[in-house]
Design a protein around this ligand. Structure first.
Ligand code: SF4
Ligand SMILES: [Zn+2]
Length: 493
């Protein structure tokens, strides 16, 4: 399809590309739907997704640590105590502030849109049960954010590994790569690194994940992110170095792969009351209740099992081993701790979460790589990058054509086809993503008839009633999307 070159430049990014790959209809609702009263195109759930908000808060904290290292020349060379703890405190504060700010609008929204006759997210006072569950989830999430930032700081595989091996060239750098004269790819790698010894360049990406396994690994070998960030990093490097006095040509700024760092949150499990709790020793260790002093960090342990290192007496006969003429254990075996060891919420014990993480990783540094996992760099072939760009251009071209027709229909009644017919043609529904792996934000739009009402031409008329528009959005538990990249406001919507 051809483009009308009179149109403004279109901006895309990895998340809208991936949303389109999951379901084109989802892409329409989340990135292109726009009522006349909306500041930006796209709808998002009024209620933030806890996992995403936790991830972004942890990013905020780590971003500050990296910026701090990048800006401080002396911080890098002393291996044992490279960073003042001050840096960690302010990183944690920034992460938590980010988290609180993300929830505030929803708590206000929920209060002002409470309607007891619907199952909509009601105000917390009216739903004491749900309020309690939510308040546990939020408190636990705040502890987890503090723990993960601290784990990145103290684990040998975290900040230390990174700064000892790499020079940090940029942190959260906004990069706009023109893919054609009408299409720009927005991207913001968490960091751009240069390997100190080999001089190789890498975008670096931080992930928070429940766990890391072979499937995560295989996915990272083929995902979109490795491609989009390689492209943007090379673009940024070429611009940076070609525009300076440093001699060089574009070919010398190839990146050698993508570096990933996974911060492991642990799995959530329902307790006897149905409350889902995150099972991570970083925030829910075992405490020796016989010890009484909750401030004594040596009375906490990551697990209710322990491994002995030497032979010792042991009442049971199961090892068939004798010590001092009594039943014993030969050493190197796993034992259960006694009943006096109980799993606790570390944030309720009067100790700082970050102090427990520090104690744990200083006593058992080998645990660090369980919580901060760093796989080998993921290398991407040049051909893969080129094919990806071609497909993105083609897809964006099609969707843009669809948006032109749809906007012409909604605002000027320019087409004989109905809005739904146009959506069916350009933004068709992929029914494999409606409920799994999570319930789609547009579920009520597609499957409860709200979508057709949101496309009613009267909503787009010059004399449309804004109250009606707002009520419809409230009914669907949706609000206008907050753009993630600066230029996104001018995206075709
Ligand atoms: S509910 Fe299903 S069909 Fe509708 S946008 Fe979401 S994933 Fe697509
Ligand atoms: Zn033993």
């Amino acid at each position: 399809m051809t483009m009308n070159k009179e149109l403004p430049v279109i901006y895309t990014d990895r998340s809208r590309i991936e949303t389109g790959q999951r379901c084109l209809r989802k892409r329409y609702w989340e990135y292109h739907y726009r009522l006349p009263t909306m500041l930006h195109a796209g709808l998002q759930s009024a209620k933030p997704a806890l996992e995403l908000v936790v991830g972004s808060a942890v990013h905020k904290g780590v971003e500050l640590l990296l910026t701090w290292v990048m800006d401080s020349a002396d911080g890098r060379s002393i291996p044992d105590m490279p960073y003042p703890d001050q840096g960690l405190d302010s990183a944690i504060d920034a992460g938590l502030a980010d988290f609180d700010a993300a929830w505030q609008p929803w708590l206000e929204w929920a209060d002002s849109n409470y309607d007891p006759s619907t199952e909509n997210a009601g105000s917390l006072e009216e739903h004491p049960g749900r309020g309690m569950v939510l308040s546990y989830q939020l408190t636990e999430a705040r502890a987890l954010i503090e723990a993960l930032i601290a784990a990145f700081y103290y684990a040998p595989t975290g900040l230390r590994l990174l700064t000892e091996n790499y020079e940090i060239l940029a942190v959260e750098q906004e990069i706009a790569v023109p893919l054609t004269d009408w299409l720009v790819l927005n991207s913001r790698p968490d960091a751009i690194l240069r390997h100190r010894r080999t001089g190789q360049y890498f975008p670096w990406s931080l992930k928070t994940a429940k766990s890391w396994d072979e499937r995560t690994n295989q996915q990272a070998e083929v995902d979109n992110q490795g491609i989009s960030e390689s492209i943007s990093t090379e673009w940024w490097l070429a611009e940076k170095y070609l525009n300076t006095d440093t001699p060089g040509n574009v070919d010398s700024y190839h990146c050698s792969g993508v570096l990933m760092c996974y911060l492991i949150k642990g799995e959530k499990r329902a307790d006897d009351f149905g409350i889902y709790r995150t099972n991570s020793p970083l925030i829910r260790p075992y405490f020796n209740t016989g010890a009484f002093d909750h401030a004594d960090l040596t009375q906490y342990a990551p697990s209710n099992k322990w491994t002995c290192t030497e032979e010792h007496e042991w009442k049971g006969a199961r090892f068939n081993y004798q010590v001092n003429g009594k039943n014993g254990c030969p050493g190197g075996k796993n034992h259960m701790r006694g009943d006096n060891w109980q799993q606790v919420n570390i944030w309720e014990q009067g100790v700082r979460v970050q102090d427990w993480v520090k104690e744990l990783l200083e006593q058992q540094p080998e645990l660090g790589e369980k919580f901060v996992q760093v796989p080998a760099p993921y290398r991407r072939e040049r051909e893969e990058l080129e094919n990806w760009v071609e497909q993105v251009i083609s897809q964006e071209d099609d969707l843009n054509m669809g948006m032109e027709l749809l906007n012409g229909k909604l605002y000027e009644n320019l087409n004989s086809q109905t809005p739904v017919q146009l959506l069916n043609k350009f933004f068709y529904q992929s029914r494999t993503s409606c409920t799994y792996p999570w319930r789609c934000n547009a579920h009520t739009l597609c499957h409860k008839g709200l979508g057709a009402r949101l496309l009613d031409p009267s909503l787009f008329a010059a004399d449309a009633d804004p109250t009606q528009q707002l009520e419809l959005l409230a009914e669907s538990n949706l609000v206008g999307r907050v753009p993630n990249h600066p230029e996104s406001e001018v995206t075709n919507g």
